[in-house]
Design a binder for this molecule. Structure first.
Ligand SMILES: Nc1ncnc2c1ncn2[C@@H]1O[C@H](COP(=O)(O)OP(=O)(O)OP(=O)(O)O)[C@@H](O)[C@H]1O
Ligand SMILES: [Zn+2]
Length: 757
């Protein structure tokens, strides 16, 4: 007789039928494990439970409850006091796992890490005058500081110690003494709310007619309280942020929640302030820089509906919204939305999925939408709103190409005479210039002048990048760091090492030499001080504290620097020749975004683009300002090549401790694909056969362009096929048919890959 039956017979159980719960646990397994539900425990799908897992215990989420004989299943240990995961979020987790081929447990992990990090709330201590107002207790000895503290506390209000010390202009020690003396009393304060309710009428934006129409359309979409996707496309500086704030307002007005996803949330101090300017308070912030305790509280607040607006990085997509009304994906074209390690998912695409499951309005905002999103809008799957002009009658920057074949700077210099002369003019007018170079460090390659030795990473197929600031040679792929030696390790010649090519640090040397006495800032993500430093620096740029800013792509994203009138692109050709199918699109977006930083204030902007290929279609499209033409041509090329969004791609990346094991497993995968029986869900062009229009094709194996990363040898396969093919079904079948991964071999699947390295 099972123990459950015994319990039932003894009359302990409220429910007499034995029940089994299928519980998903946050580890790398796809199936939900079955556990016996102890008598008397009420469980619903979505409930958090404590379960035994091997030799340990873990928190899992109930995926289903069935009536069945529990047999000798292990029992659920306890039900946790956490808000249950709603059905749409559970479905979302299943959906992502199916789409990415990740295990459901790993996807769940992304959604439930937060509440478990909740340590006990730190107790906040407040102080106030004891005996106020009738029976004050004065300290035995009065000092001016004590006097000020007592005066500041008049009225009987409760202050935090720090706030009172600041108001009184005294140290916290003075307050402590007053508490010891009995003059003040200390008491525990309730925890600070994680986010205050936005005030929809705090500062209503006065829109221009075009903006107003777009804002109304977004508000109407949210008011439908049904799933929709709208592309909000507007030139740089058009006021997209202000406009989509009205979608947020509409959601809150309807008693619902809003999520704003941003590609680089850690850098968006400016954004949070703008939100506060419109709504009086900042939204809840969600990213890796937020303390885990605070995240745990936001998680709970989002689940209860108390937190109404969240601005966050892609992981915010897994928050347990109680009633999601609107989702904004800002800078939807950004590659940062694609997560590459662990579960390989694209947050923009998954946001659309979540929006559908939640019945929410999704807004994709960008000045340079991805081809995928553009096509969806053109084909009517998405609504399309356009803001064609900058706010306040400001003009888009005037753009010119500088042909470096004709007007190149001397060797070892990167700023052409024409760009330098224009910087002089801009600075003379008291305006700011931005020099953009998307290369961190001092120089991308170091070599020996005497024997030609090149410094390569010991773990990766990559040159070491010199970082002079840190006096080191660094690998940008694995983080390997070594000292830059005095002599060549190969031929031992002293002082023979030379830097090849420019990085932002080297450009800074040239700027210091060419523009002496100017205030120059190099903005790069790898300087010490991290996000806090960057935030401050971005603010200072906006306040005009620098004349020349040198920066990587960090400066290109969404910032508003009113005094900046000139953007000089040092090397527009950098990304054009890579083998990436999105190379043209990315370069176009990058150049459009960075030149879009110019002239956002009262004065007109100018963009100068240094290039060796002024005739290249991407460069021509940028300079002419004919974005439509670029989109049309690029879309047509994708269509002809059967590339996304007209066809689908998936990458299979096989890595191993040595080249041979990685390569032979890759070949085994190819054999497995060729050995698959025919299916009615896909057709596969077997090796040697001419692929038909509806066939999936397997390209490769090819050694990855960066063949070794972190000591692991990598091979790639690319599956390409029509939109309608069941790509995931095919991938699953191949993996099932292939031999098991042995000897340190690992297979990663990347559906809709953005990275081909
Ligand atoms: N209706 C308005 N009233 C007052 N200020 C506005 C209005 N619309 C836009 N602005 C201001 O214009 C500037 C540009 O707007 P915003 O940054 O939203 O543009 P954007 O379209 O997001 O540009 P980008 O794509 O370059 O990030 C901001 O300083 C913003 O506050
Ligand atoms: Zn490396």
């Amino acid at each position: 007789m099972s123990s459950l039956a015994r319990e039932s017979m003894s009359g302990l159980a409220l429910d007499h039928r034995p029940r089994v719960a299928d519980v998903l646990v946050p580890v790398a397994v796809d199936i939900a494990y079955s556990y016996r539900v102890p008598a008397g425990m009420e469980l619903q799908p979505g409930d958090f439970v404590e379960v035994p897992l091997g030799t340990r215990e873990t928190t899992g989420v109930v995926w289903g409850v069935r009536e069945a004989g529990g047999g000798n299943l292990k029992p659920i240990l306890a039900k946790r006091d956490l808000p249950a995961l709603g059905a749409p979020l559970r479905e979302f987790i299943d959906w992502i796992a199916r789409w990415t081929l990740a295990s459901r447990g790993m996807v769940l992990r992304m959604g439930v890490r937060a509440p478990d990090n909740a340590g006990p709330e730190p107790v906040r201590i407040g102080v106030r005058l004891a005996g106020w107002p009738d029976a004050p207790i004065l300290p035995r000895r009065m000092t001016p500081a004590r006097q000020r503290a007592i005066e500041a506390a008049q009225g009987g209000l409760t202050f935090t110690k720090a706030a009172l010390a600041e108001a009184a202009g005294c140290s916290a020690g003075v307050i402590d003494t007053l508490v010891d003396e009995g003059t003040m009393e200390a008491l525990a304060l309730p925890p600070e709310p994680v986010a205050l309710a936005p005030d929809l009428d705090f500062a209503v934006t006065q829109f221009e007619p075009g903006q107003q129409a777009a804002a109304d359309a977004l508000a109407a979409a949210v008011a439908e309280e049904a799933f929709s996707v709208t592309l909000l496309e507007g030139v740089t500086g058009a006021g997209k942020t202000e406009v989509y704030f009205e979608a947020v307002a509409a959601a809150v007005r309807a008693g619902k929640q809003a999520l704003i996803l941003m590609p680089e949330i850690a850098l968006t101090g400016q954004f949070l302030d703008r939100f506060a300017k419109r709504f009086g308070v900042r939204p809840a912030e969600w990213h890796s820089g937020v303390s885990s305790r605070k995240r745990a509280r936001i998680w709970t607040g989002v689940a209860s509906g108390e937190v109404q607006v969240v601005a966050g990085a892609r992981s915010a997509l897994f928050l347990p919204f109680a009633k999601l009304g609107a989702m904004i994906i800002d800078e939807e074209h950004e590659q940062a939305y694609k997560q590459e390690d662990g579960v390989a998912y694209h947050a923009r695409d998954m946001a659309v999925v979540r929006g559908r499951l939640e019945g929410a309005a999704v807004v994709l905002a960008s000045a340079t939408p991805s081809i995928e999103t553009r096509v969806n809008a053109e084909q009517g799957r998405y609504r399309h709103l356009k803001l064609a002009a900058r706010f306040g009658g400001r003009a888009l920057p005037e753009l010119h190409a500088i042909d470096m074949k004709a007007g190149a700077p001397p060797r070892g210099k990167w700023i052409s005479p024409r760009l330098a002369a224009t910087v002089d003019q801009v600075l003379a007018r008291g305006e700011q210039a931005l020099l953009f170079l998307n290369r961190r460090g001092y120089a991308p390659l170091t070599l020996c002048n005497s024997c030609g030795h090149r410094f390569q990473c010991p773990n990766c197929t990559a040159w070491l990048v010199e970082h002079r600031f840190r006096r080191a040679l660094m690998c940008h792929h694995c983080g390997h760091v070594e000292r830059r030696p005095e002599q060549c390790p190969e031929c031992h010649t002293v002082d023979s090492l030379i830097a090849c090519g420019p990085g932002v640090e080297r450009l800074a040397d040239e700027v210091a030499e060419r523009f002496p006495g100017k205030r120059v800032l190099v903005l790069s993500s790898d300087f010490p001080g991290g996000t806090e430093r960057l935030k401050r620096e971005l603010e200072e740029i906006a306040n005009g504290a620098f004349d020349i800013v040198i920066g990587t792509q960090l400066v290109a994203k969404g910032h508003n620097f009113p005094g900046l009138t000139l953007v000089g692109v040092i090397d527009a050709d950098v990304g054009l020749s890579s083998g990436d199918p999105r190379a043209a699109e990315r370069t176009f977006q990058m150049l459009q975004q960075v030149t879009g930083r110019a002239g956002r204030g009262d004065k007109p902007g100018l963009g100068l683009v240094q290039t060796y290929q002024p005739e290249h279609p991407v460069i021509r499209a940028i300079i002419s300002g004919d974005a439509e033409r670029f989109y049309t041509e690029e879309t047509e090329q994708r269509r002809r090549a059967g590339l996304p969004p007209f066809g689908r791609l998936a990458a299979i990346i096989v890595s191993g401790n040595d080249r041979l094991s990685a390569e032979s497993h890759t070949r085994a995968l190819v054999r497995a694909a060729n050995a698959l029986p025919a299916s009615d869900r896909w057709s596969f062009a077997r090796h040697g056969a001419l692929p038909g229009e509806d066939d999936l094709v397997l390209l490769g194996p090819a050694e990855a362009p960066i063949a070794v990363v972190r000591g692991r040898h990598r091979f790639r396969l690319l599956v390409k096929g029509p939109r309608a093919a069941d790509m995931q079904g095919f991938l699953r079948a191949v993996l099932a048919e292939a031999p098991p991964e042995r000897g340190g071999v690992r297979v990663q699947i990347d559906v809709d890959p953005m990275n081909f390295m």
